[in-house]
Write a protein that binds this ligand. Sequence first.
Ligand code: PMP
Length: 386
Amino acid sequence: MNSLSPLRPIRFSARTQDLHPSPIREILAVVDRPGMISFAGGLPSLDSFPQFNLEAMPQHMLQYGASEGEAELRLRIAEDMQSLGLQCSAEQVLILSGSQQGIDLVAKLFIDPGTPVAVEAPTYLAALQVFRFFGARFVAYDAGAPDLDTWRREKPAFAYAIPTFQNPSGRCLDASERTVLAAACDAANIPLFEDDPYRDLIYDDCERTPVCAGLQHAPWIYQGSFSKSLAPGLRLGYLVASPELMPFLTRLKQAADLHSNRVSQWLVLQQLNDPDRSQQLVELAGHYRQRRDVFEAALSRHFSDLASWQIPPGGLFFWLTLNSRIDTRQLLPKAIEAGVAFMPGEPFLPMDVEACGQLRLNFSHADAAQAERGLRILAELVREFV
Ligand code: PMP
């Protein structure tokens, strides 16, 4: 501290009172330690990243660009959306600095202190953090069977859903569950915010049509990401929204960062236009499917008497429910000390719980030997803990 300046209290905004460190980013800070086996973050494996070549990039990509994003990229994304059954034009596409930015923009658009927001339980913890930061009051719901009476009573400002390979549960809604969710949003006239960063990481046949495509009149926002299907360091995602929301989302984007990185946009467009792109996605999914299966075999060896789980048909995570309802946050420091990192389940829940006995394990980062060793160590710790 500078001894010349008197210690004066700094006046922060009221909302920073609820600003907590992200448990994920705190854990990511320790996973780089040598020898650490990480099942914590949703890190794609390093060897899956494409080689980028910047030589042919036009110089003007280094200039300021449009807030909405590069026209060609927006058109390409609109075409992809249409092929998924989501009717939209390029004007309805907004390029984001990672789909995390979409969560921030949607929160700014809808949430005041006390605003009810419908969220799954569990759901993506960094979305909960952002919604909470703006003052959301959570109304937990089951995306496969929303309770209309609760929605009519509570009137959430929007429903946040990850219908495909949910983070953290890995669940994928089937066709009839998607129809039910869309019908509930229409019936209660609740905007649907569909978050879909994992759709390309598919290992078993399952329904992936965006739920937004089934809406008749409720407003909607669908977002995707290039973090999992290309590389997270590009920090590029996109949202597509019903026309009445676009002017607001675009202004919020302008206020946030003017526009997304043009170099990343150019690189992504090159990849999307690469004739080998669909084959690369098949290979990527094959690579992760193999990791999932190796991981599942190791889980069965070490956890079959300790926990239950579903095999995720896509995405990056196993969601484990331990036989005893322990506070998995307390298990974490012991695991890190033993050289294994994982994500405790409690931060994924919108309600305060003392102990949920659930944890999220990422299977894409560790290789077979690390998965075997890490799960053996973790199982031993769980046995000692309960
Ligand atoms: N939504 C969900 C459900 C996620 O799991 C993530 C992170 N993996 C994001 C959004 C943010 O991803 P990104 O900003 O890298 O696109």
